[in-house]
Design a protein around this ligand. Structure first.
Ligand code: AMP
Ligand code: MG
Length: 481
């Protein structure tokens, strides 16, 4: 089939994981398979039957060479520290793709592990398909993310508030090393294994740093750089992760653990999605600061590796962390300028961006559609664009565009390459999940996925996916009001 397993993580010391085994499921069935990704991974699934494929992705038949484990980790959840670990996920091992990349193959929802605590280790079909849709949409947008290879139903129910179909997602990731993995060893006061983990992560993700005398500091700074770049990308498409706990922040810089996440419709910086996030800790506008908070927890774990004396280590870490705000702003502002077709940088640019966002927030206009409208050679007509405040901003922007070296037509074309036409709007995602869960109808989902796979291009279905929900405030706690 093409599997090439190299189980590097399970060769780490025993404290890093617990052996695990997928539970037995009577009647697994394939719900969706990502054939493009399978091809890219060098997996030939055409030679096996759909039953065998379902059995494979339900963990009933393990790929040869895999050595399943549950990874140990901890994390700050909503600010509180807890010991966690893979309670409903099993890492089959790392697969070497034809391009030479080592990727984790993980089953999510495959039954209990040593870290399940009181949980059943299972997952429901809706949330696994939701992760599939959003992660693949993020990938198509060009944003670093874990990928989704397959979803199977297990044939057995899971009990949440209601009875739901059990399902397993096969997740492909650069790795599953989290800030929380470092916190786990730090909490155990295990400095020698902390060093083992740092060296492992450096070799796997930042091998260019391996020989530097200050490699642990540079490792921290490299992780910080990737997180600043990642969260800037989220902000630029209106993505709200929803649960930015430290166990959901990957050292690799990929977006990971799609739970109650969503894309924003109308622009509001206090938009939250998770219904348990009462304080708005993980609201859209808080994401950059929360990333820095998480990086501070990460830096704390690395202190013993940064200097012999704690005081000195704290000074080093504090100074490095202090670079974050400027780093984030640089990624964010250059992304925003690109969204406005600007290649050069001028003193008033930040103000120009901020006043557009302020206008959007005041008038509750759609974030994605507004940027796309601005990318057209002719601004579409519409009441909201007749607003004198908008006209004033628009002429300022036009004057600014004229000071660019390239012709405006070229700037608009470039804008269409960075401002998506379609995002996975929540009402469309919910509609696709309802059809799949309630009627075993995956056609709605496939149609949605086809459009999301080309988010910068106009297609036949584009208009329906650009439409806003009838009442933007009708979706759970999405409005944050
Ligand atoms: P998450 O909200 O998916 O990031 O998970 C947070 C923690 O809860 C992780 O340690 C998970 O493994 C664990 N967890 C979530 N759902 C379950 C479940 N159904 N059974 C066991 N553990 C779970
Ligand atoms: Mg998680």
């Amino acid at each position: 089939m093409g599997w090439r397993f190299d189980n590097t993580y399970s060769r780490l010391p025993e404290i890093f994981f617990a052996p695990a085994k997928p539970a037995t499921f009577g009647a697994p069935r394939l719900a969706i398979l990502n054939r493009r990704l399978a091809d890219d991974l060098g997996l030939d699934l055409n030679t096996i039957s759909s039953e065998a494929t379902a059995s494979l992705f339900a963990g009933q038949e393990l790929p040869s060479g895999s050595r399943p484990i549950a990874q140990a980790y901890a994390g700050h959840q909503y600010g509180n520290f807890t010991m966690l670990g893979d309670g409903r996920a099993i890492l089959l091992g790392e697969h070497r793709s034809p391009s030479g990349q080592l990727v984790d193959i993980q089953l999510k929802g495959s039954g209990q592990t040593q870290f399940s605590r009181r949980g059943d280790g299972l997952a429901a079909l809706g949330p696994m398909l939701r992760e599939y849709i959003i992660s693949e949409a993020m990938f198509a947008l060009g944003i670093p993310t874990t990928r989704s290879l397959a979803v199977v139903t297990t044939g057995e129910p899971v009990y949440r508030e209601v009875k739901r179909q059990g399902a397993i997602l096969t997740r492909v990731a650069a790795s599953h090393i989290r800030v929380g993995t470092f916190e786990y060893l730090a909490a155990k006061d295990d400095e020698s294994n902390l060093r083992v983990l740092a060296d492992y992560a450096i070799n796997r993700h930042f091998s260019e740093l391996a020989d530097l005398p200050s490699r642990y500091l540079e490792f921290f700074r490299a992780v910080m750089d990737r997180q600043a770049a990642l969260v800037a990308r989220w902000q630029l498409v209106g993505f709200i992760h929803g649960v930015m706990n430290t166990d959901n922040m990957a050292i690799s810089g990929e977006t990971i653990d799609y739970g109650p996440c969503a894309f924003m419709n109308a622009y509001r910086s206090d938009t939250v999605f998770s219904s348990i996030d009462h304080a708005g800790r993980y609201a859209y506008g808080n994401q950059p600061a929360i990333a820095q908070w998480n990086l501070a927890r990460f830096a704390e774990t690395l202190l013993p590796l940064l200097a012999d004396q704690q005081e000195k280590a704290v000074a080093i870490a504090t100074e490095a962390l202090g670079e974050y705000p400027a780093l984030f702003e640089q990624y964010w502002l250059s992304g925003m300028l690109a969204k406005l077709g600007l290649q050069s940088a001028e003193a008033g640019d930040m103000e120009l961006v901020q006043s557009l966002l302020a206008w959007m927030q005041e008038n509750r206009v759609d974030f994605t559609n507004t940027f796309r409208d601005l990318s057209e050679d002719e601004l579409p007509t519409g009441n909201r664009y007749e607003d004198p405040n908008f006209r004033e901003w628009h002429s300022r922007w036009h004057l600014r565009l004229r000071r660019e070296s390239r012709p405006s037509a070229q700037a608009y074309a470039a804008m269409r390459g960075v401002n998506p036409v379609v995002i996975p709007r929540n009402h469309r995602v919910e509609e696709a999940l309802a059809a799949a869960e309630d009627h075993n109808d995956l056609s709605v989902l496939h149609r949605l996925l086809a459009t999301l796979a080309m988010p910068y291009e106009l297609g036949n279905d584009t208009p329906m996916y650009q439409e806003l929900p009838p009442d933007d405030c009708s979706y759970r706690t999405f409005c944050g009001t």
